[in-house]
Design a protein around this ligand. Structure first.
Ligand SMILES: Nc1ncnc2c1ncn2[C@@H]1O[C@H](COP(=O)(O)OP(=O)(O)OP(=O)(O)O)[C@@H](O)[C@H]1O
Ligand SMILES: [Mg+2]
Length: 224
């Protein structure tokens, strides 16, 4: 499912907080079916960047190019609705609703499909994420690893072409970490484009096609 042409390119990303430049002409490409790691010190701006890419945080400037889309390069503002449809940001502590695991999944499905949800699709992602036995449990009572897997199940239901993950395995034990990474590998193999902010590379290197290192506002790319 890999392709040489990126599906989405960002150039000239600038962001300052209180006159301090966090992103300074940063640029990156995202490819279908590929996974890139986003590395950088604490405070380098990784979460800021991911939120800009997902259309959640307004940059001072950024140009976005959706390849294969008729319109030429667009500003962040203009492309925001399309970014919100295409790119899904997964927070380190997933945001879950009150109610059972299955409710959280059904709601995710209906949010994008006008109220109707397909029980079969929900059952499929429950089993994919290994949460069958917890289907009726309150989502907010799940362990950190289970919550992360539920967030991934929800992302899979939503079929977002691009997933941005903000430290998805921090605070997880080894086994949960491996399960989460295996789910990420399976999404990548289905053609999802992924960018994963992480500190500890263990396990991620194996599934990554390349790395971006963020320092002093710029992104430098290297092969995995
Ligand atoms: N809303 C804000 N207002 C002012 N400064 C902010 C704001 N959000 C982030 N910052 C600052 O921008 C810098 C980058 O923050 P960011 O959270 O993006 O870093 P990070 O690379 O994700 O760090 P970590 O590895 O600790 O998660 C930090 O110095 C942070 O304090
Ligand atoms: Mg962060």
């Amino acid at each position: 499912m890999t392709s040489l042409e990126p599906m989405l390119s960002f150039t000239g990303i600038h962001k300052q907080f209180e006159r301090r430049a966090i992103l300074n002409a940063a640029a990156l490409d995202l490819y279908a079916g590929q996974c890139h790691l986003l590395l950088g010190e604490n405070g380098a701006g990784k979460s800021t960047l991911l939120r800009i890419l997902a259309g959640l945080l307004k940059p001072d400037a950024a140009d976005i190019h959706f390849h294969g889309y008729s319109k030429p390069t667009m500003s962040w503002q203009k492309s925001r609705p399309r970014l919100r449809d295409t790119v899904m940001y997964l927070h380190q502590s997933p945001y879950l609703f009150d109610g059972s695991v299955i409710k959280n999944l059904s709601y995710a499905k209906s949010a994008t499909q006008g109220g109707s949800h397909n029980d079969e699709a929900v059952a499929e992602v429950l089993s994919w994420s290994g949460l069958d036995d917890l289907a009726e449990s309150p989502a907010k009572k799940l362990s950190g690893g289970e919550k992360q897997r539920l967030a991934l199940a929800r992302a899979k239901l939503r079929n977002a072409p691009v997933l941005l993950l903000d430290e998805p395995t921090s605070n997880l034990d080894q086994q949960s970490r491996e399960r989460t990474i295996a789910l990420l590998a399976s999404l990548r193999d289905e053609g999802v484009s992924m960018l994963i902010a992480c500190h500890d590379l263990a396990g991620f290197s194996e599934i990554a096609n390349g790395r971006y290192h963020l320092a002093e506002g710029r992104l430098v790319r290297s092969e995995a």
